[in-house]
Every structure is written in structure tokens, then in C-alpha cells.
Design a protein around this ligand. Sequence first.
Ligand SMILES: CC(=O)N[C@H]1[C@H]([C@H](O)[C@H](O)CO)O[C@](OP(=O)(O)OC[C@H]2O[C@@H](n3ccc(N)nc3=O)[C@H](O)[C@@H]2O)(C(=O)O)C[C@@H]1O
Ligand SMILES: CO[C@@H]1[C@H](O)[C@@H](O)[C@H](O[C@H]2[C@H](O)[C@@H](NC(C)=O)[C@H](OCc3ccccc3)O[C@@H]2CO)O[C@@H]1CO
Length: 333
Amino acid sequence: MISKSRWKLLAMLALFLAVMVWYSISREDRYIELFYFPVPGKKEPCLQGEAEKMVSKLFGNYSREQPFFLQLKDYFWVKTPSLYELPYGTKGSEDLLLRVLAITSYSIPESIQSLKCRRCVVVGNGHRLRNSSLGEAINKYDVVIRLNSAPVAGYEQDVGSKTTMRLFYPESAHFNPKVEDNPDTLLVLVAFKAMDFHWIESILSDKKRVRKGFWKQPPLIWDVNPKQIRILNPFYMEIAADKLLSLPIQQPHKIKQKPTTGLLAITLALHLCDLVHIAGFGYPDAHQKKQSIHYYEYITLKSMMWSGHNVSQEALAIKRMLEIGAVKNLTYF
Ligand SMILES: CC(=O)N[C@H]1[C@H]([C@H](O)[C@H](O)CO)O[C@](OP(=O)(O)OC[C@H]2O[C@@H](n3ccc(N)nc3=O)[C@H](O)[C@@H]2O)(C(=O)O)C[C@@H]1O
Ligand SMILES: CO[C@@H]1[C@H](O)[C@@H](O)[C@H](O[C@H]2[C@H](O)[C@@H](NC(C)=O)[C@H](OCc3ccccc3)O[C@@H]2CO)O[C@@H]1CO
């Protein structure tokens, strides 16, 4: 005969087990929701306007009307001057910008314009891409957005080789863009300071280079076709900071908080595309001090000490986007 107290103990054990099973199943559901497996050899199904619905949830309805790239005509006849200085607006940098816009273009290539439904992937520079074998899947998207000096040569198996757009600033420009990009890749300058406009002007017009004013030496000779260059509308930086990270747009401090280029690229993709997938996002935990952050070089979180990024806040913003289905993730998060 089993005593009453034994029954109680068994019941408690059974209850405990049931709770454990329920918890792991619910965690598993969540995992599947946050992690997306591309089907090899298949193009992603695309529903026109899908991302747009999510955009209004995240950013409000108004934001789809903004141009992606800056154009000269908006600066010749300045109707409403920008409210903010770089990187959230162009206030105070208009003269330099005018000179840059006179020698660059703002169009979106016909190959993207003409698509009924735009499938995009934003490739972050994170270590999670290493040995991911995602290269083939990444190459299948209509638009592949890459960041900074992230290489493809030698990493094709994991990150692919197609680059439709690359977001960069002078300090993150690859010294040999011809090796890493395609001849028609759009090189999208994200300006953080007036000197960034000065740099691109001096490169494209072959004017005297200025070495001071950068936190890291950018290329002095840069072999690109001016037709590939675009200047990102700072509006996207503003809404990434304001709506996704709730950062104050006007900050008095020396180390100003700002979104990472990856979060900015996701913001841009949500406005440009119908379907947005991401890969290579996610930093190591703070205690993983020796874990490399990039898929292509060994550097750790310590290197980001003075960067002005809040990676935990960004992780929350990305998790929210994954949870509401605004983006899907090809690597784990
Ligand atoms: C030392 C330093 O300033 N590092 C910054 C570097 C550096 O300037 C460039 O790599 C130079 O080519 O740039 C940054 O970013 P970085 O070039 O490292 O990475 C591009 C974007 O990928 C996402 N990422 C990266 C690594 C990782 N483990 N998880 C991620 O999610 C991020 O969204 C990131 O933006 C930048 O521009 O944002 C942010 C970094 O803070
Ligand atoms: C998207 O931001 C880019 C990159 O991710 C950042 O790491 C980088 O941050 C640099 C920051 O912009 C520099 N600040 C200024 C005013 O130039 C900073 O300069 C050194 C410094 C350090 C401490 C206090 C004040 C200034 O260096 C940061 C990199 O370590 O900005 C990138 C966009 O330019």
C-alpha cells in the first residue's frame, strides 16, 4: 500500500514534470518563432505590402513617404530645412551636401523598382554567420544589404557573394571595394558628421584630402564609380533612434548614443522591401569576454567600448521585431 504522503509526493512530482514539459514546449515554440530556416533551392514566398503593415506598428504611418536617398532638387529649393544636425538631419551641412549631391545619384535601380514584391536580407557582421552555410540562401534574395567593410571574398559559403547595397561611413569603408562588391552595388554613405561629406567629395572630385576629423583613417584613394554612390536620408537614422531605441535626438554629451549601422539597415529595409529577413545579428553576452563578435576577424566586445551603442537595448528592439513578425531571422538570436 502507498501511504497518503507518498501519493502527495508523487502528485507534486507529476505536477512539477508537467510544468517542466509545458515550459520547454512553450520555449521551443518561441525558438521556432524567432528562428527561420530558409528552404534550400526555393525562393522565399513574398506578399506585397507585408512589411508595410509592420512598419506602421513600429514607426507610425507617415514614414513610407520619405525618399531613401538625398537628392539635389530637395536642397536647391529648401522648403522645410532639416530640424536636426547630422546624423539625424542635415542642418548646418547644407553647403557641403549640395556639392556632394551634384556629383552623386539618388535613383533606385530599375531591377529593384520593377519588382512586384521585394525580398530583402540584411546581413549583419556577427560571428553567428561563421560556418552557417547560408551563402546560397542569401544570394537568392532580390536585395542583399551588407554593412561596413564586411568581406565576402573567402566567406562566400557562409555569407554569399551578392551585394545589392552596402551601408558605410568613411571610417568603415573597405579599402578595396572592387574585391568585396559587385560592379552595380549601391554604396550608401551614412553621414555622421560634416567631414563625412567632405571625405566623399574629395574622393569623387579628386580634391585635396583632409586627414583630420576622423576617428579612424579612412581610405585616401578609393576606386569606385560615382554612379554607385548614394547618400542615405538621415530620416532613417532619426526614426531608428527615436522609434526603436527611444534615444534623445539632441544629446549634449560627448559620447553620443546612436543606433548601430545594422539596426539602421533593418529600418531602411522595412521601408524599402516587402519581406525582410536578417542574418548575423546578435552580440555575445557581456560575460563572454573572449568571444569574437565578427565572422571575419577576431575582435571582442571590448572594441565597442567607446562606440555609443547600446547593444542590449538593440537586442530588445530586434526581438520585438521578430515577435511581431516584422522580420525573420536566419541565424539564432
Ligand atoms: C570599433 C568600432 O567602432 N566598431 C564599430 C564597427 C566599426 O566601425 C566597423 O566595423 C568598421 O568597419 O561598426 C559597427 O558595426 P560592425 O561593423 O561591427 O557590424 C555591423 C552590424 O552588424 C550587427 N552586428 C555585428 C556584430 C555582432 N556580433 N552582432 C551584430 O548584430 C550590428 O547591427 C552592426 O551594426 C556599426 O557601424 O554599427 C559598430 C561597432 O561598434
Ligand atoms: C554607427 O557608429 C559608427 C561606429 O559604430 C561607432 O563605433 C563609431 O563611434 C566612434 C565615435 O563616432 C567617435 N566620436 C566622434 C565624436 O568622432 C569616437 O571618437 C573617439 C571618442 C572616444 C570617446 C569620447 C569621444 C570621442 O570613436 C568611436 C569609435 O570608437 O562611430 C561610427 C560612425 O562614425
